[in-house]
Structures are given as C-alpha cells and as structure tokens.
Ligand binder design. Sequence first.
Ligand code: SAM
Length: 163
Amino acid sequence: MRYIGGKSLLLENINNVITSEIPKVSSVVDLFAGSGIVSNSFKSNGYRTISNDFLYFSYVMSRASIGLNRKPSFKKLGIADPVRYLNALTIADTSYEIDQCFIYNNYSPVGDCERMYFQPENAMKIDIIRLTIEKWHTEELISEDEYFYLLSALINAVPFIQT
Ligand SMILES: C[S@@+](CC[C@H](N)C(=O)[O-])C[C@H]1O[C@@H](n2cnc3c(N)ncnc32)[C@H](O)[C@@H]1O
C-alpha cells in the first residue's frame, strides 16, 4: 500500500541491519507500524513480531496480518468466498439507505462536499462492502478474526481503485 513515510523501499536495508549487525535477534517490535509492511516482512522471515501504532487503520492492518496465522474459514457465515461475494454486491441487493453511505456522501462529487476522490459508483461500492462487513459482525455471523481480515482486505483494495 502507498503510505506517507512507508518503508517498502527500505525493507532490504532494515533486514540487513538486523541479520548482520544484531544476528541473535528473534523478536522484533515495530513501534510505528503504519501500513504494517515492516512487521509483515519480519513475520515472513520467521521473527516473533509485535506491531504498534495509534491509528485504528494500522491496528486493523496488523490485526489481520501479524495477528492472524491462517486465512479464516467463514464457517458460520456460510459463504465460501466472502471477498468475491462482497465485490459483486450492489445497493439493490441490500436495504441500505443513501444516508448511510459515508464515502459516497463525503468523498465523491455527489455529496455536499463535492469531493473528487472517488467516482460515485466506486464510493458506493466501498460503502456497501463496509456496511455489510459491519452488519455481519454485529449479527455475529463472522468472528473477530474474520471481521479484521475483511476490513483489511477492503482497506488494501481501495488505493487500487481507478479514478
Ligand atoms: C512513517 S509512518 C510508519 C510507516 C511504516 N513503517 C510503513 O512502512 O508503513 C509513522 C507511523 O507512526 C505512527 N505514530 C506516530 N506517533 C505515534 C505514537 N506516539 N504512538 C504510536 N504510533 C505513532 C503514525 O500513526 C504512523 O503510522
């Protein structure tokens, strides 16, 4: 993910410092985790990894990656591929009101702010997915692990939306 101050281009250097200069390290604390890319790199390289950041977005990202060791099963929800299911949803499939669509109303040209971050249909898609994840969680159809897995998948996808 693109993130201000993101360290994706420095991962090799960070890893080199740990492996060559302090080689007996087995645990790493990423105190300002942001996107979680540094924590994820350490976790993939076999380190016990602790991740911290005061932004909730960052907590969601780390909870779904550092905090999870396998893909959740979504057994109770009974939908084999929830990401595909969410991607295909339209507002007509739901009972959501336009007023509930925060991104549509605040980050697209149709709302009072007339912001140009997303096309109305893309903004609406983000809202439908976000509202459905919250609904599933409130109705206890998904576990905490499944909730954060889906939220993080949505956050990861948003920067790749074209226009
Ligand atoms: C430059 S970014 C980190 C980027 C991250 N290493 C990455 O590659 O994505 C700095 C992060 O520090 C977090 N931060 C700043 N002050 C903090 C504090 N006092 N406690 C926890 N996190 C803090 C910010 O929320 C931000 O995500």
